[in-house]
Design a protein around this ligand. Structure first.
Ligand code: ZN
Length: 324
């Protein structure tokens, strides 16, 4: 009997998922009228706390990303300006993108979440991970905040992983909006393959299928723009036809996912028709692929998702698959 318990524990350890979800993410105050507000995390946390696995996830210590780590993607002047501007209290970077006095701390912790989760996977404490963070990141550009995003969390993590010896990083972005900031971070880079499925035409206006990369990055950027109303079958068709063959060809050392859930049929901003089940399927597909190609190494990052119930259900469906 005791032997069986030991075997079960060993199995569980191998499947463990590293999670970041910090109190400081609630303190990035965008106001209750803003779609990207703290209630998103309250809803997600409430849903996860009802599961049997949530309390068993690994919760590594999350350290704020350093200026050096952030400046692998962002202009040092932008980091400096952002740090200073929040000292005066709240304001707006652009019409869509507010900040509050705690936003700089939250943003450095959001970026640091990907790094700390990476470390837990590198140490062998976890197999994969999820950064349930605010502010989100994929619209953030080199020298400015944009579209609710302050630092590009996923791009900063990709650079960190490369410094730690993982040469080839695949970034899959299934948020309903094109990940312009991530695309621009690696547009001329053949070591980070960025693949995005998004509603098109739509905010932010980028993400045309002709944009395949530049210089030696040519062929390492793949936009899969889809019309409003695309559903589970349309997306799964893209996995079969493009995403999986391209992932096989690239053979990444690590897979990162910009996991936005605003392509859900109930999302108030997006116009797509995905069910909650779709996010579960996408995760099963990518987890299997990661096990085949890179020992299961996946980190996903929360991006969008604005219907509180659809968001919580979809995150839970995604995390349940990741954590096995
Ligand atoms: Zn989005």
């Amino acid at each position: 009997m005791s032997k069986r318990v030991i075997i079960d524990e060993g199995y569980c350890q191998k499947m463990i998922t590293s999670l970041a979800l910090l109190d400081e993410f609630w303190e990035h105050d965008t106001g209750s009228g803003h779609p990207e507000n703290k209630n998103r995390l309250t809803s997600i946390k409430g849903k996860l706390e009802k599961t049997g696995y949530f309390r068993n996830l690994l919760r590594p210590e999350i350290i704020p990303a350093s200026d050096e780590q952030i400046s692998a993607i962002h202009d040092p002047d932008y980091i400096k300006e952002f740090r200073q501007i929040v000292q005066n209290g709240e304001g707006f970077f652009d019409m869509d993108t507010p900040y509050s006095s705690k936003s700089f701390l939250a943003a450095t912790l959001a970026a640091g979440s990907g790094i700390s989760i990476s470390d837990s996977i590198i140490r062998g404490d976890a197999k994969n991970g999820m950064a349930i963070v605010r502010p989100p990141g994929h619209h953030a550009e080199k020298s400015h905040a944009m579209g609710f995003c302050l630092f590009n969390n996923i791009a900063i993590t990709a650079k960190y992983l490369q410094n730690r010896g993982f040469k080839k990083i695949l970034i899959l972005d299934w948020d309903v909006h094109h990940g312009n900031g991530t695309e621009h971070s690696f547009y001329d880079d053949d070591s980070v393959y960025f693949i995005s499925i998004h509603q098109y035409p739509f905010y932010p206006g980028t993400g045309h299928s002709d944009d395949r990369g530049d210089g030696k990055g040519k062929g390492f950027n793949l936009n899969l723009p889809m019309p409003r109303g695309s559903d589970d079958a349309d997306y799964l068709n893209l996995f079969d036809k493009f995403i999986l063959p391209e992932t096989d060809k690239f053979h990444p050392d690590f897979i990162l996912i910009s996991a936005g859930f605003d392509a859900h049929e109930r999302d108030p901003l997006g116009g797509m028709d995905l069910s909650t089940h779709a996010f579960e399927k996408f995760t099963v597909i990518m987890k299997k692929k990661a096990e085949e190609l890179c020992q299961g190494r996946i980190i996903s990052f929360l991006e969008g998702g604005y219907d509180l119930h659809a968001l919580a259900d979809s995150v839970e469906a995604h995390l349940a698959v990741l954590s096995g």
